[in-house]
Design a protein around this ligand. Structure first.
Ligand code: NAD
Ligand code: TYD
Length: 353
């Protein structure tokens, strides 16, 4: 079996669902259920003996040791993190705790377990660390896309904490020989995306007739990858990746934010027209995010060349599926927009003009 951390969050839940759709290998899913973790994402697995959910913290060494001893996973796929740049600006402490100390704790527990293994079990063990393209910093308009050898230049508390975790993972391989792999992926989108990130926030606000807050001039560029393509990339790395290697994962879809927002408005105008007029009327430019990175772009040729992975979705097919999913799952959105969600929206947007 495999141990997944953060499997009740956006990408982790998609990964667990995808894993159990494509394999019968059981999953132990360790998640603290912070504001971002939601067992409703995994509702379709209720009663499925292949999914063992454990509520707990990746900083809890005793708990992780117990999970390793009890379940003896052949691999760990580490998603658990604080993941929202805007939250990291308001409160960086949790990011250092979970992303740095939590990854350290997992590495130490995994090392202890791995050292106790022998033969094939030891050789085949993997620690896969899920990271982000944001560790590489911000690109100018004509700079080449990030390759795996790009220097690290993290600019936000979020990306700095992820960069620190990447360095720990690298060092545990170099120093102790722990068989690790790391993936640095661009912005994901798709089902179960928490509606405080750009795409689901814009869909939820548009449907509620609320302003669509575009930071600064809206010309910041991100590369976008449909979440199930990220899941298939991680599966490919687990199956065929080389220990110690880093793989950049991206969708070959660089888009300015304002184009994303316009595309969402056009899809909603088609799929759920508003008698008040196009959703575009709700677009509102607001004060920029401090330290906002201008452009991210991923060169994903290494994973294609070495592991034969390419995204299956184009942006057009993925974004349509995403909007359709949100329209069909309005209850899910309503449930996650709890009191805590409303507090966050007030904290992040009230001070912006
Ligand atoms: P998310 O915020 O939706 O989910 C994070 C999950 O981790 C939640 O279920 C949360 O409860 C859990 N968690 C948080 N702290 C924990 C702790 N101390 N112990 C145990 N569980 C804890 O995040 P996501 O968007 O699904 O991202 C998952 C991973 O992928 C992160 O490591 C992130 O850095 C990375 N990543 C995300 C993106 C993206 O676009 N979302 C892109 C590239 C990489
Ligand atoms: P986000 O989804 O927070 O991902 P990240 O910052 O990790 O790339 O934001 C994506 C882009 O959208 C980023 O450039 C910030 C911008 N953005 C807005 O313009 N308005 C918003 O309300 C949010 C949440 C993000």
């Amino acid at each position: 079996m495999i141990l997944v951390t953060g499997g009740a969050g956006f990408i982790g839940a998609n990964f667990v669902l995808d894993w159990l759709r494509t394999s019968d290998e059981p999953v132990v899913n360790l998640d603290a259920l912070t504001y971002a973790g939601n067992l409703e994402n995994l509702a379709s697995l209720q009663g499925d003996p292949r999914h063992i959910f454990v509520q707990g913290d990746i900083c809890d060494r005793a708990l992780i040791d117990r999970l390793f001893a009890e379940h003896r996973p052949r691999a760990i796929v580490h998603f658990a993190a604080e993941s929202h740049v805007d939250r990291s600006i308001h409160g960086p402490g949790d990011f250092v705790r979970t992303n740095v100390n939590g990854t350290f704790t997992l590495l130490e527990a995994a090392r202890g377990h791995w050292m106790s293994l022998e033969g094939e079990a030891k050789g085949g063990f993997r620690f896969h660390h899920v990271s982000t393209d944001e560790v590489y910093g911000s690109l100018g308009p004509n700079d080449p896309a990030f390759t795996e050898t790009k220097t690290y230049e993290p600019n936000s508390p979020y990306s700095a904490s992820k960069a620190a975790s990447d360095h720990l993972v690298r060092a545990w391989h170099h120093t102790y020989g722990l068989p690790v792999t790391t993936s640095n992926c661009s912005n994901n989108y798709g089902p179960y995306h928490f509606p405080e990130k750009l795409i689901p926030l814009m869909i939820a606000n548009a449907l509620a007739g609320k302003p669509l807050p575009v930071y600064g001039d809206g010309m910041q560029i991100r590369d976008w990858l449909f979440v199930t393509d990220h899941c298939s990339a991680i599966r490919a790395i687990l199956a065929k990746g080389t220990p110690g290697e880093v793989y950049n994962v991206g969708g070959w879809n660089e888009k300015p934010n304002i184009e994303i927002v316009n595309t969402l408005c056009a899809l909603l105008d088609e799929l759920k027209p508003d008698p008040a007029g196009s959703y575009r009327r709700l677009i509102t430019y607001v004060t920029d995010r401090p330290g906002h990175d201008r452009r991210y772009a991923i060169d994903a040729r290494k994973i294609e060349r070495e592991l034969g992975w390419r995204p299956a979705e184009t942006f057009d097919t993925g974004i349509r599926k995403t909007v359709e999913w949100y329209l069909a799952n309005q209850n899910w959105v309503a449930h996650v927009q709890s009191g805590a969600y409303r507090d966050w929206v007030e904290k992040n947007y009230a001070g912006r003009e």
